[in-house]
Ligand binder design. Sequence first.
Ligand code: AMP
Length: 432
Amino acid sequence: MSFSDLGLGPELLRAIADEGYTEPTPIQKQAIPLVLQGRDLLAAAQTGTGKTAAFTLPILHRLSTTGAPGPRVLVLVPTRELAAQVAESVRTYGRHLKLRTAVIFGGVGINPQIDILRRGVDIIVATPGRLLDHLQQRTVNLSAIETLVLDEADRMLDMGFIRDIRRVIQVLPKKRQNLLFSATFNPEIRGLAEGLLHNPATVDVAPRNTAAELVAQRVHPVDKARKTGLLAHLVKQGDWQQVLVFTRTKHGANRLAEQLARHGINTAAIHGNKSQNARTKSLADFKAGKVRVLVATDIAARGIDIDQLPHVVNHELPNVPEDYVHRIGRTGRAGTAGEAISLVSPDERQELKDIQKLLRKEIPSSVVPGFEPGSQPTAEETARHAAVKLPESLPQRAHRPGPPRRGGFGHGGNARPSRDAERRAGKSRKVH
Ligand code: AMP
């Protein structure tokens, strides 16, 4: 399903394309059609799931297709940062539309906000406290609000905003659309939702805690260039027999499969560029134990259902934190313990932070000896990488001219290095 199937107008599709989004996230797929229909919505979704666009895009669409004096949309959020962020998203997605947005929060002068409100706006993004100040001073009129969004409602309640929220709701028109987003649901949130929402549709894309809790998760910090070497080391050292490895790109999946093969590990890759037949065969070989490592992109992995998959490895962290939960959900199924390892390079710090925020916990982290960030690669890794970077020198392409392969393992991609060679490689690493 693509964004154009969701019923959004061309200006919004253009803005989405400008952002480089190619596919709606799960919450966007579910929520956008419902919001476009005018339904009330109860959505369980954390930051990082694409929830902001999930409500902003359909709201902008509705505003752009019917003209009326504003403000017509009110988004309540718990913090100034989130207010600024949501308003930024509204402006980004609405950049090809002529809609005006005001951001209202405390801790800054009220007069500039009054000026903006006086000139007329379509959308207000606000924290509850400062919005109440404006209501008391009669510098804002909310009698034309058609849609109310409570974003991160659980945090607003945690921060003690419940009474402020109720006071704001009292001055809104009775007939309106209500959207409530919350990461967690306790009796207080449910109480708020019951009083607020009319026949709501529910959307739940929150990670199921039980699945995530069954899986032993671990982060191994490592330099980007050494991830493949570390993965090969883990597979061999742990004698892992069935490993599903995720990469971000099809190209990355191919390259990794090739490199692992050079480490003597039986590997296959599945992704969108492979024929269905090739994918089915790789998957069957993997299930049968003929292929030890299956490298997959997120999309290709959707259909994979393997019971008791013992090891899942994130060679790269996903862009969308929710994908992390989907990935690790491949292991630890049916009550068996599984292990999910993430190889995280320094440039992925932000992705890791976002994932931990989504999980609401820190993932234990440990450095694998010999693969400390900043340390030198082993002789074996250097040899494997040289082989990949100089493909013309490989025996199977011997008809092409090229320099002889460097390193001590010049037996072609599928040959296993001798135990001695592995040991030598290990030794030279320790000496340096
Ligand atoms: P949110 O959950 O709203 O905080 O969004 C998380 C991040 O995902 C933001 O940086 C968005 O720009 C990004 N994002 C939202 N929707 C998509 C999408 N369909 N494809 C890729 N990135 C997206």
